[in-house]
Design a protein around this ligand. Structure first.
Ligand code: HSE
Length: 308
């Protein structure tokens, strides 16, 4: 019998222009799982986090990740998982991805690390498929690897870790509005007009160049989304006004975090990030919408072992 306690961080997917291909890891919010492997087979999930999760194991994202791990490795065993800490589902900062990444990472630790980093991302994506109906890795890849990750391609999975300029802060606001990732994906059109595609790939190139050269102004200019935001911003009250206020206060960029409803501002100073949080709070308060605010550093660390 072997037990581990593992952590995987919250993440912000898309980063504006990188729909389904870019994401970053935050440094504090995240999920903690305790996992034990013993002889036999089967999976038992217990939720001690205080956050409501589906009671049916078939509806829990951890289940397909554990199954996929056994399929990929040819190993077998009985696994007990206790969810100790959990990001609130639907918060837009990769709640399902943190569980998927922690489960994949924990399985690998329990069974002697048979999978490499890219395979772990593939394994964790199985849970994202259950959560959102899509096999996207822009939350699970940074949740496992840390930092900012580009998914250069899905077939085969090709992951590129991008440099993170010093002192990047994210202010995330989670307004009390419910938007499911499935719904936010279903409203997107199946084809992108050429004009929007040109704008998007210009921005993706600009963002990667800005990260490599440490040109924070270029990073800010490039974090624009012509593909998903035009359809999704209608779920977020006063979206355009909020962005104007945040940019005027010195934020480099503001975008929807993943599929929303959370929105994040990127800043290169802690004071700007804290001020952005105040602006977000009064914006949603003026609309009668409650919210939670997180101010976090971009973290170079992804999933990690807390104890054995
Ligand atoms: N790339 C995904 C989407 C992220 O935008 O639907 C979901 O968190």
């Amino acid at each position: 019998m072997k037990s581990v306690r593992v952590f995987a961080p919250a993440t912000i997917a898309n980063l504006g222009c990188g729909f389904d291909i870019m994401g970053l890891a935050l440094d504090e919010a995240g999920d903690v799982l305790e996992m034990t492997a013993s002889a036999g087979d089967g999976l038992c999930i217990t939720n001690e986090s205080g956050v409501p999760l589906p009671g049916d194991p078939e509806a829990n994202v951890i289940t397909p990740v554990v199954r996929k791990f056994f399929i990929m490795t040819g190993l077998a065993g009985h696994v007990d998982v206790t969810v100790r800490r959990k990001i609130y589902p639907g918060s837009g900062i990769g709640s399902s991805a943190a569980s998927c990444a922690a489960a994949a990472f924990g399985m690998n630790e329990l069974f002697g690390r048979p999978l490499g980093a890219t395979q772990l991302v593939e394994c964790a994506m199985e849970g994202e498929l259950l959560a959102s109906g899509g096999r996207h890795a822009d939350n699970v890849a940074p949740a496992l690897l840390g930092g900012i990750v580009l998914i250069r391609g899905y077939e085969p999975l090709d992951l590129v870790r991008l440099p993170v300029p010093e002192g990047f802060y994210c202010t995330v606001v989670h307004p009390q509005i419910v938007v499911s990732t499935k719904e936010a994906r279903e409203i997107l059109p199946k084809a992108v007009p050429m004009h929007d595609a040109v704008a998007q790939w210009g921005n993706v190139g600009g963002l990667v160049a800005g990260l490599y050269t440490g040109d924070v102004a270029l990073v800010g200019r490039a974090m624009k989304d012509s593909v998903a935001e035009p359809y999704r911003k209608r779920f977020i009250p006063g979206f355009d006004v909020l962005r104007e206020e945040l940019l005027a206060a010195g934020a480099l960029a503001m975008n929807i975090s993943g599929s929303g409803p959370s929105v994040f501002a990127l800043s290169d100073k802690r004071e700007t990030a804290v001020a952005a949080g105040e602006i977000m709070k009064s914006h949603f308060a003026s609309m009668g919408v409650g919210c939670s605010i997180y101010v976090e550093k971009v973290s170079a660390t992804g999933a990690k072992l807390l104890s054995e």
